[in-house]
Design a protein around this ligand. Structure first.
Ligand SMILES: [Fe+2]
Ligand SMILES: [Fe+2]
Length: 253
């Protein structure tokens, strides 16, 4: 069953976290359904392993032809490899960084994406969903070169893509204190996030927003004190190119 992140009777935010992972061979990932009245959107629909559960979840709330919007943080397989099936099942437009606009048609049969991909410019944009909108926030290099997070002004949830991800915990259990959760986050962030410079730029940007939860694309949502603790943690985190040296670039034996 999906996890209800927010519901005020008109606006519903659901997290799908439990698709079949082929006995642990595929990384756990979260997909999100946004309902604003009768208008539906999906954030990071995932790969083919995630398709059936998400499709069934969507049809419990509206017919597929009401899915008008798919937003993608970046173009990794766990984000958007199911695109061909979604392009067949519904009339949605796909919002993704202009850097990936001409790459995502490779996930689909010829012609399926014609006129249906909207490039998000580097500076971000507001993406309308019914009478409300998602704000696409620049999160470049966290981790993809063209990368967006989606802040929802209604629920104040920040859908943070790969930033804030945890591997190996319980995705449905909301984390309110970061300390015990850090061992599940740290290795991923050290290797996949690009640099401390970028993390600081991001932290200074999101410090200006009211955020109720940071909900990543892998692992558990962060709420309460954990939101502030996470933003403070990344401000000092050394990662990615910060940690690279000659010893990472030697010829293999
Ligand atoms: Fe990714
Ligand atoms: Fe991911």
């Amino acid at each position: 069953m999906p996890i209800e992140l927010f519901n005020d009777g008109i606006h519903l935010r659901l997290m799908f976290a439990n698709f079949a992972t082929e006995e642990g061979k595929a990384v756990q990932s979260n997909q999100f359904l946004i309902m604003n009245g009768s208008h539906a959107a999906i954030i990071d629909p995932g790969g083919n392993l995630a398709y059936n559960e998400l499709y069934m979840g969507l049809t419990r709330h509206c017919p597929p032809h009401q899915l008008g919007t798919i937003v993608a943080s970046h173009a990794d397989p766990d984000i958007i490899a199911s695109l061909d099936r979604w392009m067949t099942a519904c009339p949605a437009k796909v919002y993704i960084s202009t850097l990936w606009e001409r790459f995502v048609p490779h996930f689909c049969k010829p012609g399926k994406t014609a006129g249906r991909i909207v490039g998000i410019p580097d500076e971000g944009m507001r993406i309308p969903i019914g009478k409300a909108a998602l704000m696409a926030l620049p999160a470049h290099f966290l981790h993809a070169e063209g990368n967006f997070q989606f802040w929802d002004p209604v629920s104040r949830i920040l859908f943070s893509g790969d930033l804030g991800a945890s591997i190996g915990g319980t995705p449905g259990k909301i984390v309110t204190s970061l300390r015990d959760h850090l061992p599940l986050m740290e290795p991923f962030h050290r290797r996949y996030m690009v640099s401390n410079k970028i993390l600081k730029l991001w932290a200074n940007m999101v410090d200006q927003l009211p955020i109720s939860m940071i909900v990543p694309q892998h692992g558990a949502p962060l709420a309460g004190e954990a939101v502030r603790e996470f933003i403070d943690w990344v401000k000092t985190l050394q990662c990615g190119v910060d940690l690279m040296s000659e010893r990472n670039y030697t010829l293999p034996p």
